[in-house]
Design a protein around this ligand. Sequence first.
Ligand code: RIB
Length: 291
Amino acid sequence: MRFLVLGSMNIDNTFSVDHIVREGETISSCSMKRSAGGKGANQAAALAKAGAEVYFAGKCGQDGKWILSLLESYGADISLSVIADCNTGMAMIQVDSRGQNSIVLDSGGNRLWRREEISIILSHFSPGDVIVLQNEINDIPYIISEAKRHGMLVVLNPSPFDCLISTFPLSDVDLFFVNEIEGKALTGKDDFADILCEFGRIYKSASIVLTCGKKGAYAKDGDQVHYQEIIDYPVVDTTGAGDTFTGYYLASVFSGMGIEKALYRATEASAIAVSRSGAMAAIPAASELSS
Ligand code: RIB
């Protein structure tokens, strides 16, 4: 079983600020760092660092080749990525003194995928392989349907959330990763238990992982619901914590570790990630986890 992350890659420009800039305000940052990011690339990095066999297919310009090299150094196969005549995706990230962030994206190559390119990528995969998708590239509905036609298991992290997501062929999704906001938007429910229950009712054959920030994370598989509380680490930068969680959960659960252990490892990996600055660079190696 192999993972394919067909997803975004960004050059993250991270400004450390006292507070997130308000409307009409101009502020100076304490520092600015350029590093590798993008939800797709981060999740591929987490899968690779966790020891999974992962292929990353991203689209970037010449200015993004170093991100692909970094992913390769973590063990991801980047041979299906495309370097085109375009800019690489760019993120402008503010991280405040409490480690919270706000992000503005310029999509660059991430939203320039053509269907012929997507078909070539999917032709390398077989029934039982797993495709991991987020919402930072174009043509996600087509990719979901085509991946399903190839017999792949479809994992969707509908982030960043927008109103078009409810028009996607969500009944083809096998496993959702949603946070509280996404869970509420997709089910119309507020309470965590109700969100899980409603997901089970609407998407009968899908499993769901619901992350609730400081209130921990839930995984629902059939009638079984598992819960993992947070593991406390000092918060430096929350950017990419969700991506770390997703990659570690997938690598763990698909290697047969069981849901309880996968939730624990994903929670520990993301706790370590928030104690460091940056997105991809902050993802821990498997050897740094306690189990
Ligand atoms: O999830 C964090 C990521 O979101 C950042 O790396 C940024 O590039 C945006 O895609």
